[in-house]
Design a protein around this ligand. Sequence first.
Ligand SMILES: Nc1ncnc2c1ncn2[C@@H]1O[C@H](COP(=O)(O)OP(=O)(O)OP(=O)(O)O)[C@@H](O)[C@H]1O
Length: 238
Amino acid sequence: MSEPVLEMRNLSVGYYRDLNILQALDIKAMPGQITTILGANGVGKSTALKAAFGFLAPNAGDILLHGESILDIPPHEKILKGLAYIPQNPGVFKDMTVEENLQLGGWTFRGDRRRVREKVEANYERFPALRDKRRQITGELSGGQQRMVEIGRTLMSEPKMLLVDEPTAGLSKMLAAEVYAMLTDLARRDRLTILLVDQEIRQALKIADYVYVLELGRNKFEGPVDEFRDLEKAFWVT
Ligand SMILES: Nc1ncnc2c1ncn2[C@@H]1O[C@H](COP(=O)(O)OP(=O)(O)OP(=O)(O)O)[C@@H](O)[C@H]1O
């Protein structure tokens, strides 16, 4: 049995002192798998990802990357350890071109221009639409295309594990399908480990290997995705 890449262990965390949104949460993301966290609005799914990346300090519990606590490691150093976070709201630099945004994601290569060029090229292969728009100011792109730029920029740093929050929010059906296909590809082909929070329950279940369902900041149930085929039985979905 392999060890988890990322583990939230007994994690209690919130936005105000003593007010825990997540209460003794246990989540494991296994290597090369897509693990999804599902639950009703406001149960704390996004909070779990923010805490995992170090934007919130837990009141109790631990977060482990390859078995080592990362609580004291600031977010930018987590990127150097192969952990990347794609938040819900696109954080692209709107005044810069698409290519400049992608290049910025290559800061981890510390000036190795050839490597940055290679990775930018790899992104154009992944998202051909971005190649066509490479010289365009990112703020002029559609919301969906900006989302692509953001995902592409995150992948520039060659992460081994991705925390992904609502990756298709605001995307057209076609772009959303591309994003899900890309996430599947990253896990199956490149063996990335993915922890995915998604409102699109059916889509998430199509690509996930393992599922956690939260209720009011706590674990409700969990299991391999096959146990969630009967949505009515597993959820509130009708
Ligand atoms: N920045 C914040 N400051 C204070 N409270 C917050 C903040 N962000 C979220 N919360 C609260 O934390 C709780 C969990 O929010 P969170 O965004 O993690 O839920 P979620 O499960 O991701 O929901 P959704 O599916 O609607 O995005 C909510 O009650 C929310 O109001």
